[in-house]
Design a protein around this ligand. Structure first.
Ligand SMILES: Nc1ncnc2c1ncn2[C@@H]1O[C@H](COP(=O)(O)OP(=O)(O)O)[C@@H](O)[C@H]1O
Ligand SMILES: [Mg+2]
Length: 321
C-alpha cells in the first residue's frame, strides 16, 4: 500500500471513530441541591436505585465531604465507582481522596507553571492542593469528567450542603475569570519572566488549558445533559433557603428539573407551606412530594420504596429533554 492510500485509509478509520464517539449517548447528570439535613443523600440514593431498577446504568456520586452514602445505602462505599446492585454503582468522595486525585491530574502542571516563573520545588504541589476552594472546584471537574467518559446513562450527584455547593459554582466562575487575568498579567511581565525563569515549559498554554476546562465545566452544567433538583422540607426556613438556591442556580444558567418536597405530611400547616413554594416557582414547575417516614430510610429496598409515588419516567424525560 502506498503512503497516500495508507493515509486515506487511516483518515477513514479516524472518521469512523469520531462518528462512533459522537453518537455515543451522553450521560445525563441529575444533581441534588439544598441545605444540610433536608434529604439530599437519601433522595439521590433513592432515585439512583429506581433508575438502576429500570435498567439504566447509573452512577451515584456523593461529593459531600461529610460522608454518609454508606450509612444510607447500608454498604461500604469507597471513593471509586463500586458496584452495589445490578446497574448501580456508587462512589463516595472524601476530602483526602479528592486532594489525591487533584494532585494526580493537575499537580505536575501546576509545578511546571510555578517553576517556570519562580524558583520553587515540588512542595508547591502540596501548597496549592491545600489552597481554599481547590477541593470544591475539583469536585465539579471530577463529576464533569465522570459524566463524559464512563458510559453511564445517568449520574446522580449528591452535592454538598447549600453553602459548599453554591460556593463550588462561584469558585469555578471566579477561577475562570481569574485565569483570564492571569494570562493578561503573564503577558505583561513575560519579558522579565523570560530572563529569570528556569523551566522550559511555556505556562501560557497550560493556563489557557485550565481556563478552557473551567469554561467547559460551567458550560456542561448549563447544558441539557444536566438537571438540578432542589430539595427542601415544607418548613418556613427551608422555603427561604430553597428560594435563594433556586435564584442562584438560575443566575448561573443551570437547568432545573424540579423540587423534591421531602418529609411531607399531607396536613396543615405543611400543605399551606407547599402552596408558598408554588408561588415562587414558575407555573408547571415539577414538585415531587416525598412522605415523612417514621425512621431513616436505609438500604436498597427502603430506598426503592421511598420514591415509589414519584413518576421516575417523567423525571427521566425532563432529564433527557
Ligand atoms: N422522607 C424521609 N422520612 C424520614 N426521614 C428522612 C426522610 N428523608 C431523609 N430522612 C432522614 O433525614 C436525615 C437527613 O437526610 P440526609 O439525606 O442525610 O440529608 P442531607 O444529605 O441533605 O444532609 C437523615 O437522618 C435521613 O435518614
Ligand atoms: Mg448528605
Amino acid at each position: 500500500m502506498c503512503i497516500a492510500t495508507a493515509l486515506k485509509h487511516l483518515h477513514r478509520e479516524e472518521q469512523v471513530l469520531i462518528s462512533a464517539r459522537a453518537s455515543k449517548p451522553v450521560t445525563v447528570v441529575l444533581s441534588f441541591w439544598g441545605k444540610g439535613g433536608v434529604g439530599k443523600t437519601t433522595l439521590s440514593s433513592s432515585l439512583a436505585v429506581r433508575l438502576a431498577e429500570r435498567g439504566y446504568r447509573t452512577l451515584l456520586i456523593s461529593t459531600d465531604f461529610v460522608p454518609s452514602l454508606g450509612d444510607v445505602l447500608g454498604l461500604e462505599v469507597p471513593p471509586r465507582p463500586t458496584k452495589v446492585a445490578e446497574n448501580l454503582y456508587a462512589e463516595q468522595l472524601t476530602e483526602d481522596s479528592i486532594i489525591e486525585l487533584w494532585k494526580q491530574r493537575f499537580g505536575e502542571e501546576v509545578y511546571r507553571v510555578a517553576s517556570s516563573i519562580f524558583p520553587v520545588g515540588r512542595e508547591v504541589i502540596d501548597y496549592v492542593a491545600g489552597a481554599p476552594g481547590i477541593v470544591e472546584e475539583f469536585a465539579l471537574y471530577y463529576v464533569y469528567e465522570r459524566a463524559r467518559s464512563s458510559g453511564y446513562d445517568f449520574l446522580v450527584w449528591d452535592t454538598m450542603a447549600t453553602g459548599g455547593g453554591l460556593r463550588m459554582l462561584r469558585i469555578e466562575k471566579e477561577f475562570y475569570d481569574h485565569l483570564g487575568d492571569a494570562v493578561k498579567m503573564y503577558l505583561k511581565v513575560k519579558g522579565v519572566i523570560e530572563k529569570i525563569r528556569t523551566g522550559a515549559a511555556d505556562p501560557l498554554e497550560l493556563i489557557e488549558s485550565w481556563r478552557k476546562l473551567a469554561h467547559d465545566v460551567l458550560e456542561f452544567l448549563r447544558s441539557s445533559s444536566h438537571r438540578a433538583f432542589l430539595v427542601a422540607r415544607p418548613m418556613y426556613v427551608d422555603l427561604q433557603v430553597a428560594r435563594r438556591v433556586y435564584q442562584e442556580l438560575l443566575s448561573f444558567g443551570i437547568p432545573l428539573g424540579g423540587l423534591f418536597l421531602n418529609m411531607h405530611i399531607r396536613e396543615q400547616p405543611y400543605l399551606e407551606v407547599e402552596e408558598e413554594y408554588r408561588k415562587f416557582l414558575p407555573q408547571g414547575f415539577p414538585i415531587f412530594t416525598v412522605p415523612l417516614l417514621s425512621r431513616s430510610p436505609r438500604g436498597l429496598e427502603e430506598l426503592r420504596r421511598l420514591l415509589s409515588d414519584v413518576p421516575v419516567e417523567e423525571l427521566v424525560q425532563t432529564g433527557r429533554a
